[in-house]
Ligand binder design. Structure first.
Ligand SMILES: [Zn+2]
Length: 289
């Protein structure tokens, strides 16, 4: 187990300034344990450990370049492209994960405030309209222009990983014993909190804030209650619970300042651990060693 932990989604550094890594074209070459680890007749049957076989690698995350179609998104488009945000994320993902097929990732104008995974063309799309909306939410909360941009990109890292969660559930045909939207949120929290250091913590905080601010600006409705996503209020508390559960002493202020009720907080360590272990176990056969 310890073998796989570190290399996974150090990976998913979307929207951060991490130095880009060189593409590795090692498809098919990492699909089995090293020969030295596969003893032949000398091993007793009992010693032939049930190491999960690696799956064949038949795909990559591929950035689909899109021309900008709506002028007001120029700054967002520029920033995404000049900082090569998607390319860096794809590089890291491709180093970490085996895929059974290609998965496209893109940013574009969609005429709706959304981000989504589309199983028809196996693509993850982050719409500029959604970035714009989150930008507005952070500005309305009193953040400066620059700070609002920063927090929006932080929260988009969470959103992107949420969509990657849907893409992986589809690609790997993973079992989801519960609400898939919640599972995708938890993948985003897991990767951010275990693999991306302080940038990851900032991403989950930013997403939690965005859920909270959205909740305050949204009128409760039957449609919202019926939606497959959890309510923004629930996503807010669950995000805080994941952060708190990852390190209660470091993040004690979440509870001390009354953001997360104690009744939930006492459960967060277990909740976080179960989330991390579940996702690790599900992704284990698909990790490049
Ligand atoms: Zn979703």
């Amino acid at each position: 187990m310890p073998l796989n932990r570190s290399n996974l989604l150090v990976a998913l550094v979307l929207l951060t300034m991490v130095v880009g890594c060189v593409f590795r074209s090692d498809r098919g070459s990492v699909s089995r344990p090293e020969p030295a680890e596969t003893p032949d007749a000398s091993a007793s049957p009992a010693a032939a450990a049930p190491t999960p076989l690696k799956r064949p690698d038949a795909g990559d995350f591929i950035v689909e370049q899109q021309d900008l179609s709506v002028a007001r998104f120029q700054r967002l488009d520029n920033q995404v492209k000049t900082e090569k945000m998607l390319e860096k994320a794809a590089d890291k993902l491709n180093q970490a994960l085996i895929l059974p097929h290609n998965i496209l990732i893109r940013t574009r104008s969609c005429a709706e405030q959304n981000a989504f995974y589309d199983p028809k063309d196996r693509s993850v799309t982050i719409c500029f309209e959604m970035m714009e909306r989150f930008l507005g939410v952070f500005k309305a909360s009193g953040e400066t222009e620059e700070r609002a941009y920063e927090r929006m990109f932080d929260s988009m890292r969470f959103v992107f990983l949420h969509e990657i969660g849907h893409a992986l559930i589809d690609a790997y045909d993973l079992p989801v014993a519960g609400n898939e939207e919640d599972a995708a949120d938890r993948l985003a929290a897991y990767v951010n909190l275990t693999e991306l250091g302080e940038d990851g913590v900032k991403a989950v905080y930013a997403a939690a804030d965005a859920f909270n601010l959205e909740a305050k600006q949204t009128v409760p409705s039957k449609r919202k209650f019926a939606d497959e996503h959890l309510l923004n209020e629930q996503r807010f508390y669950t995000s805080l619970c994941m952060i708190y559960g990852s390190d209660a002493s470091k993040h004690a202020k979440i509870v001390d300042a009354g953001y997360l009720p104690k009744e939930r907080a006492v459960r967060c360590r277990n909740e976080y651990t179960r989330t991390v272990e579940s996702w690790r176990s599900l992704l284990d056969p698909w990790r490049k060693r």
